[in-house]
Design a protein around this ligand. Sequence first.
Ligand SMILES: *Cc1c(COP(=O)(O)O)cnc(C)c1O
Length: 432
Amino acid sequence: MNKMPEALNKCSARQAFLASCAAKTRLLHTPVSDPYEVSGHPNPAGLGDAGPFSQTGSWGQSSVLFPTLETYRQADGCGRASYGGAEYGVVQTPEAEAVCKKIAALHNGHGAVICPSGLAAIATTLDALAPKAVLIPDCVYGPMLRLLNRRRIKPFRYPAGASATEFRAVLEKASSEYSQGQELLVYLEAPGSGTFEIPDIEGIAAIAKNAELRTVMDNTWASHIRFLPLEHGIDIVIQATTKYEGGYGDTPSGVVIAKDPQDLQHIADELRATGNGAVAPTTCSRLYHRLDSTEERLNQHAETAQRLMDWFLTQPFTAGVLSPALETSPYHERFQYYFGKGNGLFSVIFQPDIPANKVEAFADALNLFWIAESWGGHLSLVLPVHAKREVTSMPDGYVLRFHAGLEDYQDLLRDLEQAAQDTLLTAPAGTQ
Ligand SMILES: *Cc1c(COP(=O)(O)O)cnc(C)c1O
């Protein structure tokens, strides 16, 4: 593989930095300090002797065997094998059923299904409910817009941090075009992707219920630890379990949890019809156990994020920090009411007069924060926020979103310090 020279330099700088880090940080980063060695994947299958073992699931084989035609016919009729799982081992394997049962119980839902990604869980839900138009928050997870476009479902955007009144105004407009209840769906995601606004969730759910519209909430930010949407009037919950539930970036998956048995049946039928529920059994098994430690990990992510935000808030290049966990956030009251505690995510707005290339040099100069999509795993990450807003304004200035991983926070602070010294805090030429 060809390494670009600047990437080579970065690898040795990173290794040198790691040598000075606490054992906890080195444990997380050392195996992947050179992404060329692992093709950019932080959880390579072949790490030592554990590799082959972790790839062997007990199930996850397409053919499920039956001793007689009659036992097969019974299983085919109801879609389930007498051993547990489906009669054909592609969707809803026994591992999938186990993790779905656990997740549904954590949410007090009627049941759950699992899909191979968070986005697949969103797509499956939309396809099962087949609305003609969807009310979405302006801050919605970007790929959702692409999906609505492909499905020719009309989006009606409401403000990211909408009050009940603001939501009602958008609903009135949508209802004048789509008057049949089944045609319209109310979709929520909070706190919003990249900028973390929080709308009046209970207010919106109550208005939707009154109008006899179904509500679906993307609860990925919170996970079941911080928020249980079904207990606040929401009908269907989606969670990208790729993120915090799995916690190590090795559980690409998404779950859909429903309160109403009929809704769940529609969604399960959709999966059986499309085959889009094929999730590796190893993923399900990992998820099944990681659910037990989600809360501890989330608490640590949140504590570290708070320390990093505190640091950013004292820096001259910071114009603002976006996180509803901050007392200064306009959404702090709703945050306390619904979520109570934060997670590892926050965004930093840089002073508008700082050129973009300086902010990008800062991101590139970091050793422990990898430039990568997704979040919720053990490694700290950073990425620019390019939100396409229509009814909510974006702040002036470059915005970087950070995810605080499980490293020792003092190492992360030291890393931010050194990157800022080399890029953002250097005095312009001629001012000394
Ligand atoms: C990441 C994410 C998803 C999609 O999950 P994938 O597993 O990456 O497809 C959906 N919603 C939100 C809010 C997310 O952050």
